[in-house]
Write a protein that binds this ligand. Sequence first.
Ligand code: LHQ
Length: 254
Amino acid sequence: SILYACSDGLARITLNRPEKMNSLTAPMRAALAEALDRGAAEARAILLTGAGRGFCAGQDLGDASDFENLDLDRTLREEYEPLLTRITEAPVPVICAVNGVAAGAGANIALAADIVIAARSARFIEAFARIGLIPDAGGTYWLPRLVGKARAMGMCLLAEPVTAAQAAEWGLIWDVVEDDALEARAEALGRRLAEGPTLALRLAKQALLASAANDLETQLGLEARLQGEAGRSRDFMEGVTAFLEKRAPRFEGR
Ligand code: LHQ
């Protein structure tokens, strides 16, 4: 129920349980983690999307109805946390193409990606309150940072759908795309990033992620250190040379 394909440096990962809105079973979570590892090892960009009319409806609630034996604390630590850190800390850019509804942990897995685009008909639902849970899968970390407290609280306490257009306007996601253009747009972004200066993109991710916990002085120090590293890359030499020669750069990712 996880499809994986890699060509031209772009790994495509598809959640593929469309009859249940790609809700995540335990084997799917394991397979997704494995696919993300593969992408990180062999690709220069990862594109995550869903099959069918939804992106992901979060935890498989069929799986969750054995209340006696549920241990959500363990499930989150052992099965969701590794997924989320793989996305956030991937050494290559992760693009999420939200093809339809993204609910619960499905919404927050999407928001963990570096670039999120959504089909116009997609919806983001922090559905947790509807079933008596709190937002998990990184939602309480990313939401206030992405859209501020007022909108984060509204989304989480009211659990109402946010449209793709609203999400783009709020800054929850990068862009909204007409439904029939989503796949092509996601591919184009994926290819462009796969041809990018992969090392510099990884360091840029690292700096942006670290900023949440740093004061300005620390962050300036981190930028200096990481830029020192980027400045020693072949891609920097190529980028400057290409600029001076008025041609497109050919980045190797190192
Ligand atoms: C599903 C699901 C689903 C199973 C649709 N499971 N079948 C939780 C617990 C444990 C530890 C870690 O943390 C978590 C995190 C979470 O993610 S909790 C939040 C779980 N997700 C939700 O509460 C969302 C539940 N789904 C919905 O609200 C709706 O299905 C949405 C809004 C996603 C889509 O609505 P519709 O477009 O009206 O589609 P539908 O409801 O008819 O769904 C289609 C099928 O998919 C249907 O199956 P059926 O056999 O009746 O055709 C649904 O039962 C199934 N499905 N989500 N999470």
